[in-house]
Design a protein around this ligand. Sequence first.
Ligand code: FMN
Length: 280
Amino acid sequence: MATVKNASVFYFSGTGNTWWVAEEICRHLNDEGFDSRAYSIENISAVKVASLIEESSLVGFGYPIHGSDLPQLMKEFMEALPQYPGKDALVFCTQWLWSGDGAYLGASMLKEKGFAVKWGQHFLMPNNVSVSVIRLPYTNNPDRLSAVRQRATRKVKRLVSRIAAGKPYRHGFNPLACLLGSLQRVPYRRYYHRLQNDIAINREFCIDCGECVRLCPVGNLYYAGEEIKTKGNCILCTRCYNFCPVAAVTYMNRPHRPERGEPYRGPIENFNPSILINAF
Ligand SMILES: Cc1cc2nc3c(=O)[nH]c(=O)nc-3n(C[C@H](O)[C@H](O)[C@H](O)COP(=O)(O)O)c2cc1C
């Protein structure tokens, strides 16, 4: 009788794209006979992580690309891991357009923890930057989201069939990708700390629902009496900005422009961002 292989996939997702890919990977791994499950790193204890990794023959790590870099929360999660010599690992990132070496970067951190990173992949997902300061195109159109998901599913299937066959595959693990990635990462890291205090609440529109405070993955937003203030430790995930029901969150003092439609609301229709914090 074939033995069932356990897999645990740990992910951080600001606005749902990486959650969706992590779930899709697990769904296809399970079709291939794995017993796998995806876990948000926002709500999980180090003890639980350790026991899941111990019992898994494959460990996955997924994150969105921020300026060809890993989100701070995922970096901290990886840095806190103990050593797992020879444990098979998969690293994937989601990005709108391009990251160069987005998966390699996480893989190199995991290598220091002893992981054997045999699989690395990049998934193109919708852009989640919908702030008025940088006018990047984004969409909530269900047909376009569906097309993006279908393309990602095809890539997931190819990746999972390689995993099931035990064939290593690592995308973007080469010097050119690293060089190109660093062209974006170096300035991003340089300005990151200056950008961490740019979220604010527009009291004129705010309906005091507290959703931004509840959803923030790092407690950057908090109530000071009746007022919502920020601690200046934003990790730029855009969750509060994108999911405020009345678009009352400002970035660099600029409110969301109503003519742009709602901010990006996640990879599926009626996506509920609470699952990113209550996933486990
Ligand atoms: C601060 C920030 C920086 C980003 N930088 C890049 C980038 O360098 N390249 C890219 O293709 N997408 C970039 N994106 C887009 C996201 O990586 C992409 O939309 C991702 O799928 C979001 O995943 P999530 O919904 O799981 O947070 C950036 C997004 C944010 C918020």
